[in-house]
Design a protein around this ligand. Structure first.
Ligand SMILES: *Cc1c(COP(=O)(O)O)cnc(C)c1O
Length: 373
């Protein structure tokens, strides 16, 4: 059996262990400590010192906190991009609110502004104004920020920016993660940098950050005798995990460069094959190319190619299955134009890790070329 090539696997710099050892030698083995503060400050400075950041246990918990801070409760409606990973939508249901799914457009594969406006108008006409919009930078490609934020202003509905896949991406030089009322980042094992599991909530104010940290640490009132006037959560990042994050921040830019090189390599090698389509960056859009994706002619071709790669011990995956097609979400309201269904049928994510070697990349590309010959 040939060696396994993963879709996207952790890639350490070697600096992580230094920060972890510091945590051990100073006995900061807790969900607070110098690495947590240090990691937050690293992210703040990476995001051009425009924001406040709370490090938490996952991207999902960051999204949940954003919804709580926006007062989303029982019976509210929240618009969510349908083409995404289920973690974008689950926290809406944690709050007892109703997700309303909106389909994608062709240029970025993210939430379609035209359909979004139709959805907002229709929900208002039906008697309920959505209380938030969750927009996602899928695979690192920024969503149409100008159009979405215009709608957000026009209808006065805040945007939660799901930037779980887009740390290192930017929109006309503005870093992804800083574009929404709240931004969320993920450091899960497969993301562009990983802390083994972790996330961050990006906030506009110190006040919101403090509220997020308060809720994430069991909502303990400022009293010695365990007084609680809010429901709390145990969502804070641990000081060990944050040590991994500090090490990872030292090589984030290298990871972005390498992932973009992967994409460029695939494109250069495969562009001559008529059946294969790539997603180009619109002008001003900069993608971290978290995953390199291609579109094939149809589902059958996509599956044949995926199986061929699998036989050679190479992991590839279909694009995310849209939320309006999921058994758990299919009965919620949705506004559909066919784009995300088509992408799901024809799309394939190729191995994209920053630790892929040129032998790995050549092995993948030769198999694909072979398939088309
Ligand atoms: C990974 C991911 C999340 C969730 O992040 P976790 O850290 O795994 O909880 C949310 N949204 C999107 C789009 C993701 O890819």
């Amino acid at each position: 059996m040939k060696s396994k090539i993963w879709l996207s696997s952790p890639h350490m710099s070697g600096n992580e262990i230094v920060f972890i050892n510091e945590a051990f030698s100073s006995n900061w083995i807790a969900p607070l400590g110098p690495n947590v503060t240090g990691f937050e400050n690293d992210i703040i400075s990476y995001l051009d010192n425009k924001k406040q950041v709370a490090a938490v246990s996952s991207g999902t918990s960051a999204l949940h906190l954003a919804l709580i801070l926006l007062n989303i409760t029982q019976g509210d409606e929240v618009i969510c991009q349908s083409k995404t990973f289920s973690a974008s939508a689950n926290p809406i249901v944690y709050q007892g609110a109703t997700p309303v799914f909106v389909d994608s457009e062709q240029d970025t594969w993210n939430i379609c502004p035209i359909l979004l406006e139709q959805a907002i108008k229709d929900r208002i006409a039906k008697g309920k104004k959505p209380k938030a919009i969750i927009a996602v930078h899928l695979y690192g490609m920024p969503y149409k920020h100008k159009e979405i934020s215009l709608l957000s202003k026009t209808y006065n509905i805040p945007v939660i920016e799901d930037s779980a896949e887009a740390l290192g991406s930017s929109y006309f030089k503005q870093k992804c993660g800083t574009l929404g009322e709240f931004g969320i980042l993920s450091f899960n094992g497969n993301k562009i940098i990983t802390t083994s599991g972790g996330g961050a909530l990006v906030c506009n104010s110190k006040e919101n950050k403090d509220k997020a940290v308060f809720l994430a640490t069991q909502a303990k009132d400022k009293a010695i005798a365990y007084v609680h006037s809010h429901i709390g959560y145990n969502y804070r990042m641990s000081n060990i995990v944050a040590g991994i994050g500090r090490g990872q921040m030292t090589i984030l830019e290298d990871h972005v460069t390498k992932r973009r090189e992967n994409y460029n390599f695939y494109k250069a090698q495969l562009n001559h094959i008529n059946a294969i389509e790539f997603l180009n960056e619109p002008e001003g859009y900069f993608s971290n190319r978290w995953l390199s994706c291609i579109l094939l002619k149809n589902k059958n071709q996509r599956e044949e190619l995926r199986e061929l790669l699998e036989e050679d011990n190479i992991e590839s995956r279909p694009l995310w299955k849209p939320m309006h097609q999921q058994p758990i979400f299919k009965n919620y309201p949705c506004y559909i134009n066919g784009v995300s269904d088509d992408l799901f049928n024809r799309g394939l994510c190729l191995p994209s890790g920053s630790n892929l070697t040129s032998e790995d990349l050549n092995r993948i590309v030769s198999l694909i070329i072979q398939y088309f010959e």
